[in-house]
Design a protein around this ligand. Structure first.
Ligand SMILES: NC(=O)c1ccc[n+]([C@@H]2O[C@H](COP(=O)([O-])OP(=O)(O)OC[C@H]3O[C@@H](n4cnc5c(N)ncnc54)[C@H](O)[C@@H]3O)[C@@H](O)[C@H]2O)c1
Length: 336
């Protein structure tokens, strides 16, 4: 199977590529398309050897191995060329932050709404069979959880609006052109290869390793649905391969809510035991403006149609993620 993975140098992209190579390297040819605005060559090098091909004439995706094409999803001609020969496009590249989208909504629109449109057009013209789109809970806006696919969307941020536009175009390209699109609304993703992320798990582990206090905004009773990359990447592979799925949206999370206080209660002993970080402390700071109070997803549709449900227990996932961060530090020190 030939994969075009946009944003393949980022957190979720590198985890996905690692999974594909570990599962069945011989069955997959992968082309990564990334502009290095966040992920970089080094991030891809950590998980795979690859060949860099020219964005001006990349040709069809080769029959084996991993290729890298440096390019921007806002460039429609370059995305057309990059998609040549793909069986499936997994579209992960995006401006991925709510605050950035508020600071610069035009950039958010161009990267996310126009970028997704460009990739759908590339899929249409290059006869790609399947299109998996990375969406989020942000299109929905405020609502009483659990979130599910039938709730009407009222996005609160430009990021939510641009992801909703992406979902809308996915649905339209299925309806008008028969492209098998699948939009996956990811929960709060955590796991290895997240050293650059500002999500709460990555931030807590990083701060603890730097000897800094872990800051919880407000009373810490706000809830999130934390999903490990092993579960998430399994959902992406199923979305890309399961027969008879097209034009669908799925919530991809764990079906359970965890308060930030509970997260800290699980993580602190792990940091102490695994990393010897005996002094790690937690403080409560002012609540963050605009933070959603409760958030978790009902994933029964994914269970029914993709035969998928999350399996990684939060404490196991946190232990594995902490070990990965600690290993990075050990290797960095050894390499000096
Ligand atoms: N991480 C999460 O918790 C989470 C939750 C919900 C949705 N998502 C979505 O999943 C996707 C992947 O997220 P991630 O956490 O891996 O983010 P990330 O920032 O780590 O990776 C995104 C990658 O896309 C690339 N990129 C950004 N803009 C680009 C552009 N204009 N052209 C080409 N490449 C570009 C970046 O260089 C980076 O390598 C995003 O679409 C994000 O919105 C992530």
């Amino acid at each position: 199977m030939k994969w075009l993975i946009t944003g393949g140098c980022g957190f979720i992209g590198t985890n996905l590529i690692r999974r594909l190579l570990e599962d069945d390297a011989e069955d997959h040819s992968i082309r990564v398309y990334d502009n290095f605005s966040v992920g970089e060559r080094d991030d891809l090098e950590k998980i795979a050897s690859f060949e860099e091909v020219s964005p001006d004439a990349p040709g069809d995706i080769s029959d084996a191995g991993v290729e890298l094409v440096v390019g921007d999803v806002r460039d429609s001609d370059a995305t057309q060329r990059a998609a040549a020969g793909a069986d499936v496009i997994v579209h992960l590249a995006a401006q991925a932050g709510v605050p950035t989208s508020v600071e610069d909504p035009r950039y958010d629109f161009e990267a996310n709404a126009l970028g997704t449109f460009n990739l759908l057009e590339a899929a249409r013209h290059q006869d790609v069979d399947r299109f998996v789109f990375a969406s989020s809970a942000a299109p929905i806006g405020d609502c009483e959880p659990p979130i599910h696919e039938e709730i009407a969307c009222h996005p609160k941020s430009p990021y939510g609006a641009s992801k909703l536009a992406g979902e809308g175009y996915c649905s339209a390209y299925h309806g008008s052109f028969g492209l098998k699109t699948v939009a996956l609304r990811f929960g709060n993703v955590y796991g290895p290869l997240s050293d650059h992320k500002s999500s709460v798990v990555a931030k807590f582990i990083r701060r603890a390793m730097q000897g800094k206090t872990l800051e919880i905004y407000g009373d810490g009773q706000q809830t999130r649905d934390f999903i490990h990359t092993d579960d998430l990447t399994r959902a992406i592979v199923l979305a890309a391969t399961q027969p008879n799925v097209g034009g669908e949206v799925f919530q991809i999370a764990t079906n359970s809510e965890t308060t930030v206080n509970e997260l800290a209660r699980l993580l602190v002993p792990i940091l102490r035991k695994e990393g010897g970080l005996e002094d790690v402390t937690v403080v409560h700071t002012d609540p963050r403006k605009g933070d959603i109070r409760r958030n978790y997803s009902d994933t029964s549709k994914a269970e029914e149609m993709l035969d998928w449900r999350a399996a990684v227990e939060l404490d196991d996932g946190l232990r594995q993620t902490t070990r990965w961060f600690l290993r990075q530090e050990t290797e960095a020190v050894a390499g000096q």
